[in-house]
Design a protein around this ligand. Structure first.
Ligand code: ACO
Length: 365
């Protein structure tokens, strides 16, 4: 570190900007709990996505505190898009980046839905349901198929798969997507959630906070890594894990699905996805294990006093593929899950005073 660096916290590492009751990770020990101390290993497979929403979002009117059917009902009520958003989804270039298309769709949808702009739980329902409907429409369009309307009575994960494929999903696919959504719904003040809070702290609207978060999520250091990790595992399936890992590192390319700002041990969420891949996507599991075996010793030499281990995105693609999701929509599924955390943190931040987040830079002359 040179003298100019002394006052600068690069990448805001370790800087606390607010308090939260929503979740807590212990990076050195590799644990993660949701509000009240619910360990993510117990939550996955036991709670539905709707349960997680109920657990994390404020409910000032006690309108959904009677159990997840209330949440499911609210999500279903909010699942229709405005004609302008439907039109946009039908006209954007079919090979455009999915997150870019969905950012535009949510922003246009909110022009005629004032509730999507509300910094309130009503806005959170509108945006969460609208994003899933938009992502499913995009999946249909990319498959050259007409859109499928949401079906009342299906849970959020099953309904998304139904709207994406037009067929009732099988239980194993639903279990894979539900587990993915539950595990990914919240993870503290990660980069995209921080973006949402910064936007909300300016007094802007909830849709803008979510759209800002989506732009941040898209980067390969964050939510873009899931597709890249999936592609790396697939390269190794048709070649060799040894060649793929050594080739990337020799070319000074990062290994997607490895490394994390907070976890210095195996990401606890990655273990959940690894175990799911073992049964639901065994080919992915086997090749991913081969990559781990080659990569971890190589990364140990690069960590400069830090352990670089497996992060949540390494096995996530295997889980999403087992759910029947196309790789170009992996990051969109991440957004469909993490929107829960974005909204929860933005609302919590504003509710706890919401002081404008405005850091500073050092004048370098
Ligand atoms: N492959 C190769 N080298 C790596 C990797 C990796 N995956 N991760 C870190 N390193 C290297 C860094 O380049 C750095 O080397 P340097 O000091 O010579 O530049 C050294 O290890 C230490 O890096 P950290 O300080 O631990 O990294 P940081 O906290 O800044 O970044 C990040 C964490 C962005 C996740 C990084 O590990 C990375 O880019 N990983 C690959 C992308 C990825 O999987 N992202 C998903 C993260 S999880 C999530 O968002 C859901």
């Amino acid at each position: 570190m040179n003298s100019v660096d002394q006052d600068i916290v690069h990448g805001l590492e370790g800087v606390m900007v607010c308090g939260t009751r929503l979740s807590h990770y212990d990076g050195p020990n590799g644990t993660f709990v949701l509000r009240g101390g619910a360990d993510i290993r117990d939550v996955a497979g036991r709670m539905s996505f709707e349960d997680v929403i109920e657990h994390l979002w404020p409910d000032p009117d006690a309108s959904f505190s009677k159990g997840s059917p209330g949440v499911a009902h609210r999500l279903h009520e909010c699942s229709q898009l405005t004609p302008a958003a439907v039109d946009l989804l039908a006209r954007t270039p079919v090979d455009g980046d999915a997150i870019d298309v969905l950012k535009a769709a949510l922003a246009v949808d909110a022009l005629e839905k004032s509730s999507s702009r509300d910094l309130s739980v009503n806005g959170a329902f509108e945006l969460t349901a609208g994003l899933a409907t938009a992502a499913a429409r995009l999946a249909r369009r990319r498959a050259g198929q007409p859109p499928v309307e949401p079906r009342p009575g299906l849970g959020f994960a099953a309904n998304f798969l139904y709207m994406s494929t037009g067929a009732p999903p099988d239980d194993r696919q639903v279990r894979c997507l539900e587990t993915y959504l539950v595990v990914m719904a919240e993870h503290g003040l990660n980069p995209s959630t921080f973006s949402a809070c910064v936007t909300a702290s300016t007094g802007s609207d909830l849709c803008s906070a979510v759209v800002a978060a989506m732009g941040t999520l898209k980067g390969p250091a964050h939510g873009g890594a899931v597709g890249e990790a999936w592609a790396m595992v697939n390269d190794a399936m048709s070649g060799s894990a040894e060649q793929v890992v050594r080739g990337r590192l020799a070319a000074n390319r990062l290994l997607p699905g490895f490394g994390h700002r907070e976890y210095r041990v195996y990401d606890p969420r990655a273990k959940i996805f690894r175990d799911l891949c073992r049964t639901e996507n065994p080919a992915y599991f086997r090749t991913a294990q081969e990559i781990e075996a080659v990569a971890l010793p190589q990364l140990a030499e690069r960590g400069v006093g830090r352990t670089i281990s497996v992060n949540v995105d390494f096995y996530a693609g295997g889980v999403l593929a087992a759910a029947g999701i196309a790789p170009e929509l992996f990051t969109s599924c991440f957004a469909m899950a993490r929107i829960v955390g974005w909204c929860a943190h933005a609302l919590e931040y504003v509710d706890s005073g919401g002081r404008l987040i405005s850091p500073t830079s050092k004048w370098l002359g």
